[in-house]
Design a protein around this ligand. Structure first.
Ligand SMILES: C[S@@+](CC[C@H](N)C(=O)[O-])C[C@H]1O[C@@H](n2cnc3c(N)ncnc32)[C@H](O)[C@@H]1O
Length: 209
């Protein structure tokens, strides 16, 4: 059980998860279809705002980062895991090993795909994302409000319990409320692949000093 686990242990667990990246690269047919749908939805969201610089926090093996860079965005990835960053660099992606908590640069848009739900308390990490964002924060989060989201999480728990890093079942409204408390307003919420997950786009409502 992951509850109460310190950040250090969680970060070690992630690095271990990406120890043999080739074992993680074989997306299933459903995984491939989901990723295709995610790219399409992400493209549509980004077309509406056209950010100058993007930072993908928790870039992992670089699926989303790779898409953003291929699509021509000025984007860099940051991940706490040395194994993940090594794999991104091997793929020719721009990435560096760093903890979100230690990042001092500022970007137009700060994104993360599948990271916040692994923290027992996600708010401090959400605040770090807002701190380094000039204008937007984009999250891709599992949607536990949808039947498809719940079913997929159940299946993943049964079939990949030993491999996957534990995730908490935060609801979309949890993210919306934390961001609203810090003057970031939800301006887009887009379902991906039968609403298994959602792309949430938040915009800063106060000018950053
Ligand atoms: C689900 S994976 C992301 C997968 C990735 N979005 C992709 O497209 O391949 C979550 C990632 O967040 C990273 N991570 C967790 N906490 C972090 C932190 N505080 N700072 C930076 N990266 C972090 C983990 O190492 C892990 O690689």
């Amino acid at each position: 059980m992951a509850a109460g686990k310190s950040d250090k242990r969680l970060y070690e667990e992630w690095d271990q998860r990406w120890h043999a990246p080739e074992d993680n690269e074989c997306l299933t047919m459903v995984g491939r279809r989901m990723f295709k749908a995610k790219k399409k939805a992400l493209w549509a969201v980004l077309q509406g705002i056209d950010p100058g610089s993007i930072c993908e926090i928790g870039c992992g093996l670089g699926y989303t980062l790779g898409f953003l860079q291929e699509a021509g965005y000025r984007c860099e990835g940051i991940d706490v895991s040395a194994n993940a960053v090594r794999e991104c660099l091997r793929k020719g992606l721009k990435a560096r090993q760093q903890k979100l908590e230690d990042v001092t640069d500022v970007f137009d848009l700060v994104s993360s795909d599948g990271m916040l739900e692994h923290f027992l308390h996600f708010e401090p990490y959400a605040r770090h994302m807002m701190r380094i964002s000039r204008k937007y924060v984009l999250l891709i989060q599992p949607n536990y409000d949808s039947l498809s989201g719940q079913s997929l999480a159940f299946l993943a728990n049964v079939l990949r319990r030993k491999v996957n890093v534990y995730e908490y079942n935060y609801r979309i409204c949890d993210f919306v409320s934390v961001f609203a408390d810090h003057a970031f307003q939800l301006i887009d919420s887009r379902p991906v692949f039968y609403d298994v997950c959602r792309i949430l786009l938040f915009e800063r409502t106060e000018v950053k000093k």
